[in-house]
Design a protein around this ligand. Structure first.
Ligand SMILES: [Fe+2]
Ligand SMILES: [Fe+2]
Length: 189
């Protein structure tokens, strides 16, 4: 039976993503194996980029349409995604043996926690209050599909909007995945 999966709404899906990424950050903190730390950081980067792109393509437009003050909330959230992308771009190029690896982790984690807190305590409950459940379940499917095609690497200089990602994103995602497979970098799709 696929009932449980079909019934997942976009809030459950995105909340699970948040918690998966935050628990990987904790694992990076306690791990002493440089290879494992690099691998986990790469998975975090890939997951977070795909999560952010999918939110910006499908969830933030719904926030703009349905939430009181939605435009301001989206602008704030998009600016935080950009900040996270900028930090992840730096993180991508730093070896775990370099002290800067932990410096970037220490900068990234509070930005992410703050962002997750805003979404989970304010915007997600508002989405559930203003959008019929059936539509939230439909949005979950759109987010899952977007994550499969989205870039897996940060592109902080690229425009972060739906038009860019519809037109160019699948190509960028394809190039990212080719680079991932050439370099043996893990990604989860
Ligand atoms: Fe999120
Ligand atoms: Fe977000």
């Amino acid at each position: 039976m696929t009932e449980t999966r079909d019934d997942t709404d976009v809030v459950d899906l995105l909340t699970t993503d948040h918690h998966d990424v935050l628990s990987m950050l904790q694992e990076i903190r306690i791990s002493t194996d440089p290879g494992r730390r690099r691998e986990l950081a790469d998975v975090v980067i890939g997951e977070l980029v795909r999560h952010s792109v999918a939110e910006e393509m499908f969830v933030y437009p719904a926030m703009r349409r349905h939430l009181p003050g939605g435009d301001e909330a989206v602008e704030h959230d998009v600016a935080e995604h950009k900040e996270l992308e900028r930090l992840m771009k730096r993180w991508e190029g730093v070896e775990p043996s370099d002290a800067d690896f932990d410096v970037v982790l220490d900068e990234l984690e509070p930005v992410l926690r703050d962002h997750v807190q805003d979404e989970e305590s304010e915007q997600f409950p508002e989405l559930r209050a203003h959008i019929p459940r059936q539509e939230l379940v439909h949005l979950a499917g759109q987010v899952e599909a977007a994550k499969r095609a989205a870039p897996t690497r940060p592109h902080p200089l690229a425009p972060n909007n739906a038009l860019f990602h519809f037109l160019v994103g699948p190509g960028v995602g394809l190039v990212d995945r080719l680079r991932d497979s050439w370099t043996g970098r893990p990604n989860q799709s």
